[in-house]
Write a protein that binds this ligand. Structure first.
Ligand code: ATP
Ligand code: MG
Length: 448
């Protein structure tokens, strides 16, 4: 490693661990093609960071001096996207290589697109710049490293290599508060990378997190949905959740849930979310599918459950109560973090099926088992039972029911079975709680 100039450090190919064998073929195609066309062409961001850490990158981002229109001319399989940042997406089947033109503070303007600020927040940033300027407008030093396809060197303008070595997340520049104000999502990104990489947040960047958490209120709910997913579906969701709470950021995203967790005498609501997230992390590590519907069902369950019991106490039947409780909690939540309908509908079904697990007579269990959302709802019930919030015997019954032959199922649901009494919450509206149940369920399968 040697200083190349005053402003950057250049690490030659034999002194860093990045090998082209670990870069996706499609990313290499894009890099080489741009270079062939006479443009600068570099890998940047999480791809470089993760390769240097010996981790498998989630995706590959390319930085270039080619304008988005130039990129589109070079690649037929290319679409331009974004208003806040105009980007080129080069499509290769399911893989998208994101190509971004160098941005900066003092460069040429693209159409009418200068840097727009509202209350110090960047709402539009299509100001082109040099490679160095591009590095310095990025968020964390470890995210501002470039791998240059022209000579296979790694370029570091911001001290990212040193921070990478130290396992430290540091915002670029000497005014972290300004950087968070420019884009409050950087607070969530700090938490995400700290959780995912196991890095420490530099004290100067950590300090403002709590004080500035309310800035998240100014971020569009749709963008927060994307960020929450990236954070909690990263394979380190449980740590991410704990850190969000630690920095008072969770309450900005899920105020109703935070209200329940903060004023909870019993451990099960927090255990429920933590266990669910741990299951989700395990599934991601095992390459099993996960769905935002289950994740949000998990995160919003406690406020839904409480509202449900209030409504039941007012005389609503369980189904109506769950439909209404789900609707109310969702409506309030959408103001903070939007949840697209394709996820909120199945999420509500998972909730609405919960009271139906208590009906064990006649045709009901057979109908429920044939419901398209049955599997997710059953996983949800098991999780509830594991935390002592639902009856473990009930979860066991459903585990046995699924494993039973058709004939045995008929036997299990004979008309002689007595109707079960619904459990009451241990606390919350309505008061009198159910007594502690016996052994925990062993029929648990992964949720998520
Ligand atoms: P991941 O592994 O999750 O993809 P990443 O660092 O690549 O992590 P991306 O969201 O793909 O994250 O962004 C690519 C790069 O763009 C980042 O590494 C960073 O350099 C820059 N970037 C992304 N979001 C911001 C932001 N809010 N502010 C400044 N720079 C950002
Ligand atoms: Mg990336």
């Amino acid at each position: 490693m040697y200083p190349d100039s005053d402003s950057c450090r250049i690490v030659p190919r034999d002194q860093h661990g990045i090998s082209r064998a670990n870069i996706s073929e499609n990313a290499l195609k894009v890099l080489y093609r741009l270079k062939q066309e006479g443009y600068q062409s570099l890998l940047v961001g999480g791809g470089v960071r993760d390769l240097l850490l010996g981790r498998e990158p989630k995706d590959f981002d390319v930085a270039t001096d080619a304008r988005p229109e130039d990129v589109r001319r070079v690649f037929r399989n290319c679409r331009l996207i974004g208003r806040r940042f105009r980007l080129a997406h080069v499509h290769f089947g399911p893989e998208i290589i994101e190509v971004a033109t160098f941005r900066g503070g003092g460069g040429e303007l693209e159409d009418d697109g200068e840097r727009h600020l509202e209350n110090g927040m960047i709402v539009r940033d299509n100001l082109y710049g040099t490679r160095e300027e591009d590095a310095l407008r990025r968020d964390f030093t470890v995210n501002a490293l470039y791998y240059n396809i022209a000579d296979f060197t790694v370029i570091d303008y911001a001290g990212g290599l040193e921070d990478l070595q130290a396992g430290r997340l540091r915002l670029i520049g000497d005014d972290p508060e300004r950087r968070y104000r420019e884009d409050p999502v950087r607070m969530l990104r700090a938490v995400r990378f700290a959780a995912k990489l196991g890095f420490n947040i530099d004290p100067d960047c950590e300090r403002p997190l709590r004080a500035w958490s309310s800035l998240l209120g100014g971020v569009p709910a749709a963008r927060l949905f994307e960020e929450v997913l990236k954070l909690l579906h990263s394979g380190a969701g449980l740590v991410g959740f704990e850190k969000l709470r630690h920095y008072d950021l969770f309450g900005q995203l899920f105020p109703a849930t935070e209200e329940c967790l903060a004023h909870e005498d019993h451990a099960f609501p927090i255990t429920f979310v933590s266990r669910g997230l741990a299951n989700t992390d395990r599934r991601i590590q095992e390459d099993k599918p996960v769905t935002p519907a289950f994740l949000f069902a998990l995160l919003l369950w406690e406020p839904v459950r409480r509202r449900f019991f209030t409504l039941v106490d007012r005389g609503l039947d369980p189904h109506e109560a769950m439909v209404q409780a789900g609707g109310e909690v969702l409506a309030a939540q959408l103001a903070r973090v939007s949840i697209p309908k394709r996820f909120s509908l199945p999420m509500r079904e998972v909730w609405e099926l919960q009271p139906r697990f208590e009906q064990l007579d006649g045709k009901q269990p057979h109908r429920l088992a044939a419901h398209p959302r049955f599997r997710a709802a059953y996983d949800f019930l098991v999780l509830r039972a594991e935390c002592g919030e639902a009856d473990p015997e009930l979860a066991d019954w459903w585990t046995r029911f699924q494993e039973a032959s058709c004939l045995d199922r008929e036997g299990m649901t004979g008309p002689a079975r007595k109707k079960r009494r619904r459990r009451r919450p241990r606390s919350g509206p309505g008061g009198e709680g159910a007594e502690t149940r016996g052994k925990p369920s062993t029929g648990g399968r992964d949720g998520g």
